[in-house]
Ligand binder design. Structure first.
Ligand SMILES: *Cc1c(COP(=O)(O)O)cnc(C)c1O
Length: 368
């Protein structure tokens, strides 16, 4: 790859293929694979990533909102797309673009049924989401009979699947709670099979669910973060390849004496002579202010350089004292050699937030 000459997010599609095959190999061959590509495919590029995953053979996609599903259809994605958090205002568009809603409450069921009627649909595929303990979205277990009695009497929509979402699949201290969620899901799915005139397929696991609870893979799994190269634990991270590399360049170098300050509000004070570099990357690009103050590092020619002072909107300053480099040189922010997981931890957050925060201002470059 050519050296960066501006701030770029490089997307390595071979890494994506590696991660996809790694996850697939953990599953029974007949288990369907849903690729979660919400939030611009975790901050990368949903259209590019989804096209590659479609070529690799993924069975399903999921996005959070209808507009994200529309962008996939515009890019030529023909596989089914589950919309996890559909909003009533977008039901017409959702139906027009053949997107499949998660139906998670009586209100949404009623509203979507009306839209499907209005558009003259029969057996429009929907997915029933049940709450098993996350307490975010989902029908409660005792609503199975209401849902089934509605579905048994209408022909406009048909429940293709039933699903739920785990609250702490990555946290082995919460195994007991996760097992409780699995058994609640099992009961709900069984009750639905009895109450409903047909049998929706089942899915429960996210990335860490696939890794820690493969016995609960049911008919399909839904993975996001691992496709992008992060597995929520060191052993899995070592097996995966980060898709995105955030790179920038040194815009300017400053030589400071002792007791000089750097940046807004004089956030850094030099206690001795220092060399600093200014990089064209700031909180408007997704590197939030919590990464300032000297605890987060970028890599300059393989050497760690801390982000000092306050992160600005368009720029950060790093301490390059003792590092042999010059203006125009490439700087790695995160990527295969500098984990986004570790970078995020220094800012007290998780890889998910760091990755999805990289703003649309940063140019995406695809490595095919
Ligand atoms: C985001 C999301 C996922 C993907 O989770 P990962 O931890 O990234 O694998 C799966 N299911 C639902 C319902 C989600 O909202």
């Amino acid at each position: 790859m050519a050296k960066a000459r501006e701030t770029v997010l490089e997307l390595d599609l071979n890494a994506l293929a590696h991660n996809y095959h790694y996850l697939r190999a953990k599953l029974r061959p007949e288990t369907k694979f849903l690729s979660v590509v919400k939030a611009f495919a975790y901050g990368s590029d949903a259209q590019v990533i989804a096209k590659k995953l479609q070529d690799l053979g993924t069975d399903y996609f999921a996005v959070a909102y209808t507009s994200e599903g529309v962008a996939l259809r515009d890019a030529g994605i023909t596989k089914p797309i589950l919309v996890l958090h559909p909003q009533e205002v977008s039901f017409d568009t959702l139906i027009a673009r053949c997107l499949e809603p998660s139906i998670y409450s009586k209100n949404i069921l009623k509203g979507f049924l009306e839209s499907a009627k209005k558009h003259g649909q029969t057996n429009y595929p929907v997915h029933l989401k049940f709450n098993t303990g996350l307490n975010r979205l989902g029908f409660m277990a005792d609503e199975v009979y209401h849902v089934a009695s509605v579905l048994n009497t209408v022909h406009e929509i048909r429940a293709l699947s039933v699903f739920s979402h785990l609250a702490a699949s990555e946290d082995l201290a919460e195994t007991e709670f996760t097992e409780l969620q699995i058994s609640r899901f099992q009961s709900i799915a069984e009750a639905l099979d009895v109450a409903l005139d047909y049998h929706p397929f089942r899915h429960l696991l996210n990335t860490s669910g696939i890794i820690n609870y493969p016995q609960a893979q049911y008919d399909m799994v839904r993975s996001g973060i691992a496709l992008y190269g992060y597995g929520n634990e060191a052993g899995i991270d070592a097996e995966l390849k980060p898709v995105a590399s955030l790179k920038t360049i040194i815009a300017q170098i400053h030589y400071l004496g002792a007791n000089e300050s750097v940046g807004y509000n004089r956030g850094f004070i030099s206690n001795s002579a220092k060399t600093t570099a200014t990089l064209p990357l700031g909180h408007a690009d997704g590197i939030g202010r919590h990464y300032g103050g000297g605890k987060t590092f970028v890599s300059v020619h393989g050497k760690k350089a801390p982000i000092i002072g306050n992160v600005c909107m368009d720029m950060i300053m790093i301490d390059i004292t003792g590092i042999n480099c010059k203006e125009g040189d490439e700087v790695l922010v995160f990527g295969p050699e500098l984990s986004a997981h570790e970078f995020a931890e220094t800012g007290n957050t998780i890889s998910y937030e760091l990755l999805t925060a990289i703003s649309q201002r940063v140019k995406r470059i695809v490595i095919p």
